[in-house]
Design a protein around this ligand. Sequence first.
Ligand code: SOE
Length: 405
Amino acid sequence: MQHNGEQDETERPRLGVGMIGYAFMGAAHSQGWRTVGRVFDLPLAPELTAICGRDGGAVRAAADRLGWSHAETDWRALLDRDDVQLVDICTPGDSHAEIAIAALEAGKHVLCEKPLANSVEEAEAMAEAAERAGERGQLAMVGFNYRRVPAMTLARRLIAEGRLGRIRHVRVVYLQDWLVDPEFPLTWRLEREHAGSGALGDLGAHIVDLAQYVAGEHIIGVSAMTETFVRERPLLAGASAGLAAGGGASGTAHGPVTVDDAAVFTARLASGALATFEATRFATGRKNALRLEVNGEKGSLAFDLERLNELSFHDDTEPAVSAGFRRILVTEADHPYLEGWWPPGHALGYEHTFAHQARDLVHAIATGTQPEPSFADGLRVQRVLAAVEESAAKNSSYTPIPALE
Ligand code: SOE
């Protein structure tokens, strides 16, 4: 890998980061990069070297606000910089493949926001580029940040240790409600050419990755239904990050919503376990409710992102008279990622997952080890998403119920 050779005061080699995109995800990743070296003992010192966006004034303001030293308006210029060794892609999905492949070809390491791409074909090309780059010592990772919630990392460990025994069920939902209002404008997240898919690619990608990560096995088949509840929305007046209405609606002109609003699907895992998934932006009152439950022959685990410092564990090998779900408060120093943070009971939040992601990537780069999730993992998720769309389009397992006379 390339370093610029300069040392910081702790004599660690620097890792220049260049980020493309500075909306919600760009801000979240920036927070991670700003914090990570102050919390964790790292072998390299990440530097917020340059941030890139098309609007010169806006990207300069973002650089100042988010803590980046330089601003670029052309991502190719960012890739040309010798002081950038890692490119962090936080743009909408329609530019992931082009930027990631070019960055890998330019000799950079790459972190790409989820979902990896907008199609299986793009994801395949990215995974191939990552494999070729891997032979040159460059690394590529997908930003499935919820793997880095300490309770989720702990859940995976407990399952890998056999604490649940054989897995029978994985049940995951990801519920948001920011599209309930039919007057919410037509942002890029509602346009297939920019977002690839709707709730499926945005939220479904997270829960597919998380289910496979926690269970430690892959999905081998799906059966699905998707729906677009509001098929036309007011055109957008200005730029928007996606979840916030941003510039708001432009007036009376409307345009078509070309992605799903919700996706529900069942799946079979390699071991024969059954999984259910629901991803929606129409769960009124649910802001960011990612809930996961795993049932095994020896016990169960349950998690709710809105209480992300907790993991519920039921050990079915305990005497029935006193067995039952108990709450593990995942804030102990020897819980995953907790060594760098606060004393027990002093909770973490959403933003910390981005520091954890940065931590793991920095270690992987320093040791030349493939970080997870790899682009191949991202491709696997993309294949599941495509299978969900295919199944929903075929509608073949849908069996209408005859009405009573
Ligand atoms: C929007 O639904 C969104 O910002 C996702 O794109 C993120 O991945 C998720 O973390 C929060 O919600």
